[in-house]
Ligand binder design. Structure first.
Ligand code: NDP
Ligand code: GDR
Length: 340
């Protein structure tokens, strides 16, 4: 019988790539979707035809228990979150509830449905759990590159909520013997990335300027440095972690760091333009507390899981700019149409 996976965050970037990957691997894939008339659900229904959808919300414990009971998954991937860092200052409590407490609710749903209780000899249950942890937990870094052992100093309510979910996942593994793992993923991008994130904002901005639809691109801190990889590569790592012989946490990134300035330079060069002629720095886009630099040391994932990224930074930026040129040229609206 096909293995069954339940994904939260199916309407997001990673949910789409992971669903496709698991379907290729022969899984029966279920996606948890929320809301009464969520327009992203209709698009997912159209684009991920083989995924079965079930209603539920990370804010609603009962709905998660009902979903786990109905789907009877072998694996649960918790990708759902409020994931845009600036929003976590505007709606800190909601971020804590969804991105932090949502992890507790999903772990509890699995625990209750598996009949696992606290005891000296925990049973662990059959369901394997993946938590989407983040390099934002490192925040103000004390060492670089960052490994699984680097201490956390989150710099946003989002990073704090992710740290809560991370420690809780570890705790359920230790307390109940559950197969529960966290992937500490560094920034990963794609043509399906939300338009609010810097890579997609840049690829769209470049495409608009190239097509004569805009004259400038307003950005915040150009000095911030990140380890940017391709989302399609990173979802393979999630699956490898969940199907590994032992439950362990892994850092996933490329090990190469670039600044936002490097990003705009490469993106504008893709269409033969000089970024200096178009980019405007806007102080209102700076964050109350910035994460200056993040760079992964993915040695453990390479050694133990055999995972390595395939797409380079330059190939990723080119892929995103070309996709947005196609999207805009075909008259579609990037704020409302998915780029796939
Ligand atoms: P997206 O922002 O693209 O997707 C977020 C998903 O969360 C959406 O499907 C959204 O659904 C869902 N969601 C939001 N609120 C709730 C809720 N109350 N209940 C259930 N689902 C909800 O994120 P990504 O795909 O980029 O990231 C996936 C996960 O990985 C996130 O947890 C993110 O924090 C984490 N992460 C991402 C990294 C990256 O670089 N992309 C790096 C490290 C971690 P809806 O359509 O209903 O709003
Ligand atoms: P990040 O991604 O906060 O790292 O979180 P984002 O793309 O939003 O920012 C990256 C860096 O770029 C700087 N920046 C800008 N960012 C945005 N969004 N818009 C701008 O105009 C702009 N100008 C400069 C930011 O200051 C920042 O330093 C992402 C999310 O996917 C999280 O959910 C995930 O956990 C982390 O990556 C790893």
């Amino acid at each position: 019988m096909a293995r069954r996976a339940l994904l939260t965050g199916i309407t997001g970037q990673d949910g789409s790539y992971l669903a496709e990957h698991l379907l290729r691997e022969g899984y029966e894939v279920w996606g948890l979707v929320r809301g009464q008339a969520n327009p992203r659900v209709a698009r997912v229904r159209k684009l991920l035809k083989d995924v079965r959808l079930i209603r539920g919300d990370l804010l609603d414990q009962g709905s998660l228990i009902a979903a786990v009971e109905k789907v009877q998954p072998d694996e649960v991937y918790n990708l759902g979150a409020i994931s845009y860092v600036p929003m976590s200052w505007e709606q800190a409590e909601l971020t804590a509830e969804v991105t932090g407490m949502g992890v507790l609710r999903m772990l509890e749903a699995i625990r209750v449905c598996s009949g696992i209780t606290a005891s000296r000899t925990p049973t662990g249950g059959q369901i394997r759990f993946y938590q989407a942890s983040s390099s934002e937990m490192f925040g103000q870094v004390r060492e670089t590159p960052q490994t699984e052992l680097t201490p956390f100093h989150p710099r946003s309510p989002y990073g704090v909520a992710k740290a809560f979910g991370h420690f809780l996942t570890q705790n359920y593994r230790e307390s109940y013997g559950m197969f529960a793992v966290s992937g500490i993923l560094f920034n990963h991008e794609s043509p399906r990335r939300g338009v609010e994130f810097v890579t997609r904002k840049v690829s769209l901005g470049v495409a608009r300027i190239k097509l004569g639809m805009a004259k400038e691109l307003r950005l915040g801190n150009l000095d911030a440095r990140r380890d940017w990889g391709f989302a399609g590569d990173f979802v393979r790592a999630m699956h490898l972690m969940v199907t590994a012989p032992k439950p362990e946490d892994y850092v996933i990134g490329t090990g190469r760091m670039h600044s936002v300035r490097d990003l705009v330079e490469v993106a504008f060069a893709t269409v033969g333009l000089n970024w200096r002629d178009y980019v405007v720095t806007d102080p209102s886009l700076y964050r109350p507390a910035e994460v200056d630099l993040l760079c992964a040391d993915p040695k453990k994932a390479k050694t133990q899981l055999g995972w390595e990224p395939k797409v380079s930074f330059e190939e990723l930026v080119q892929m995103m700019v070309e996709s947005d040129l196609r999207l805009l040229s075909s008259g579609r609206d990037p704020e409302h149409d998915l780029a796939w």
